[in-house]
Design a protein around this ligand. Sequence first.
Ligand SMILES: [Zn+2]
Length: 84
Amino acid sequence: MDPVGEIYDDLPLPPYVSAEDVVFALRAISVHTPEQRPDGQRCRKDQAAHPCRLHRWGRHVLQKRGLTGGQIQTLLTGGTVVLR
Ligand SMILES: [Zn+2]
């Protein structure tokens, strides 16, 4: 496997993650979903290797907001999470 996915410095993160940033990050993650290709997983939206830049940015924003992977998954599937 190639060592992608750990580079977060390509898109700047907001200093404080607002509710708007959370909505935007969720939208980015739900649009930039992986698609199985012969050469591996690629972004459905921009064909970059998954997770692409925007997908990683969205995840990182939500993590910075204090959301766990499980909570992110709940939000992506239409569930409700009480934000701290
Ligand atoms: Zn993408």
